[in-house]
Each structure stands twice: as C-alpha cells, then as structure tokens.
Design a protein. Structure first.
Length: 173
C-alpha cells in the first residue's frame, strides 16, 4: 500500500491513503510517505484530504504529525483544513499556537471548517483548563457566526459558535 502512495495516478494514491486510514495500523514508512504527500501543495486536494485521514488514523503521538496538522490548518483547500482540524482531536493537549489557529478558523468561510474547529476546541477544553477562558471569549465574540445545518430528515438546526461555546462551558465545567 505504501508503494501505491507514490503512484502516478491520483486515484490510486487517494485509494491507498483511504485504505491505510481504514486499516489503522501504524507503519513508519507509510507515515513518512503520507507526510511527503501532504508537503506537496501541488498534490490533488482529495488525495491530501485522504492522506490527512490516514495519517491521523495510523500515527501515534508524534510531534512531527501534530506540527504537520497545524500547518495544514492554513491550507488553501477547505477540505484539507477541515480534516486537519478534525484530526487534531486525537491528541488531548494542544499548544497555544494551535489553539489560536483553531480560534481563527471560526472565521473561515467554509461551514465545515468552522464546525470542525469548534468541535476540536470543545474537545480540548475537556482536557485543558487553560482553554476555558478562550471558550468564554468565544461566547462573547462569536455570537454572530452562524453554524446552521440541516438534518437528513429535513429539520434545520440553527446554532451559533457562541451556542456551542456556552454548551461546552456548561458540559465540561
């Protein structure tokens, strides 16, 4: 599977990354190759999104992986930013620079990026008391941001970032 991550065909690379994510078995060669794929900004965004999922699935607590995910929070493709924000939930403690980037993503134009950033911030609050002040600030500053979403049965939910922050404070305090 690792060899297929270097294939000329982007669909083969994407499928190899997806397969690695599903298998979930740690492999240093695969991690190295996935990091290479993610460093190539000319790579297809779908391949990079799949590579993020695979990397999070197979990597242990590794500063290199966390650093790469932090870098990907600034990616030009929203799907890659979203997967990076989602992937950071695997680790319970995040440094202040990552927290600040996640807070910045609450202003992202993509709903799914905003949503995953907030979910990761809420998750982090469970393990890091320092983040409670940030959640309080979000309650005040981000009430205007809409996270409306639809349910598969056609029901619309209207939730603001502020609502999620208040819920987090209540739930994790």
């Amino acid at each position: 599977m690792v060899k297929q991550l270097g294939d000329k065909d982007r669909l083969v690379r994407r499928n190899a990354a997806e397969a690695l994510a599903k298998i979930g078995k740690s492999d240093e060669r695969a991690i190295h190759k996935l990091l290479q794929l993610l460093s190539d900004t000319n790579e297809d965004s779908y391949v990079r999104e799949s590579a993020v999922r695979a990397l999070v699935s197979i990597a242990k607590s590794d500063d290199t992986v966390i650093q790469k995910l932090e870098e990907l929070l600034d990616d030009i493709h929203s799907s890659v930013r979203r997967r990076a924000a989602e992937g950071l939930r695997k680790w319970n403690r995040l440094d202040d620079a990552i927290i600040q980037k996640l807070v910045t993503l609450l202003d992202d134009e993509d709903f799914f990026v905003r949503s995953e950033a907030m979910k990761t911030l809420m998750h982090t609050a469970r393990f890091d008391d320092r983040f409670l002040d940030t959640l309080k600030d979000i309650c005040i500053d981000y009430e205007r941001y809409d996270l409306s979403m639809s349910h598969p049965e056609g029901i619309w939910y209207h939730v603001t970032v502020s609502d999620l922050a208040f819920w987090s404070l209540w739930h994790y305090s």
